[in-house]
Design a protein around this ligand. Structure first.
Ligand SMILES: *Cc1c(COP(=O)(O)O)cnc(C)c1O
Length: 220
């Protein structure tokens, strides 16, 4: 089986090819390496190979492994890509550099409070439930643009991007297209979309970052 480092270089090459194919600029797409469930020992070789942007979906799990890694590699950029409970806003603001899963008023209010209190300002994305799946986090598509506006006007939070996770059993293209349209309407620059199975498609639809886990680290 190929090592995580070998698979990391393969994914980097495929991203570069997909950028070219889509007529995008080289380096237009950031790889977020999703390291959830993998240990610091699994992650370190990929850092050594040059990767600096990582994604975790649980605050507590990230707290257990990332502070030491961030100390060793201060230019690491850590993204929260899983649902955020409002009672974890404090820990999330302290640890993460990008929080991709802002999806309701209460979270926006808690984040605003913690950002003011800690003087630390992670970049923020709004998660959109493009498939309106009842079990999935994210704001409804029709509420996304007004919510981005309220984050700014009511909570003083600058939203830099949108994020989505299309339904597992559907063609992701229309979901990526919807996120791009909402991003334009909301006036945000970043689009976090595409995972191991569909990141090349997401790049064709304008993703500025892709979140790739199993294609690098193996199955969980
Ligand atoms: C786990 C996860 C990923 C990575 O999924 P893979 O299919 O392993 O690439 C991407 N985004 C989110 C939100 C995740 O939770």
């Amino acid at each position: 089986m190929a090592s995580a480092v070998e698979q990391f270089f393969t994914v980097k090459a495929k991203i570069a090819a997909a950028e070219r194919e889509a007529g995008r600029q080289a380096g237009a797409v950031t790889l977020v390496a999703v390291s959830k469930t993998f240990s610091a020992n699994d992650i370190s070789p990929v850092i050594e190979a040059g990767q600096r942007v990582f994604g975790e979906n649980r605050v507590q799990e990230a707290q257990a492994k990332w502070p030491a890694l961030k100390q060793a590699f201060p230019d690491i950029e850590l993204h929260l890509i899983g649902p955020l409970q409002s009672n974890k806003a404090k820990e999330a603001v302290a640890l993460f550099d990008v929080i991709e899963t802002v999806d309701r008023e209460k979270i926006a209010a808690e984040l605003a409070k913690e950002i003011a209190r800690q003087g630390r300002l992670p970049k923020l994305y709004v998660q959109v439930n493009t498939g309106s799946e009842p079990q999935k986090a994210g704001i409804e598509p029709r509420e996304a643009v007004p919510f981005v506006t309220r984050c700014r006007d009511v909570h003083g939070l600058a939203i830099e991007g949108l994020m989505c996770i299309p339904p597992a059993d559907e063609n992701p293209g229309p979901h990526f297209a919807l996120l791009e349209k909402l991003g334009l309407e909301a006036g945000v620059e970043k689009l976090s979309m595409g995972m191991s199975g569909d990141y090349e498609t997401a790049i064709a639809f304008g993703a500025t970052s892709v979140r790739v886990g199993s294609a690098i680290f193996g199955s969980r």
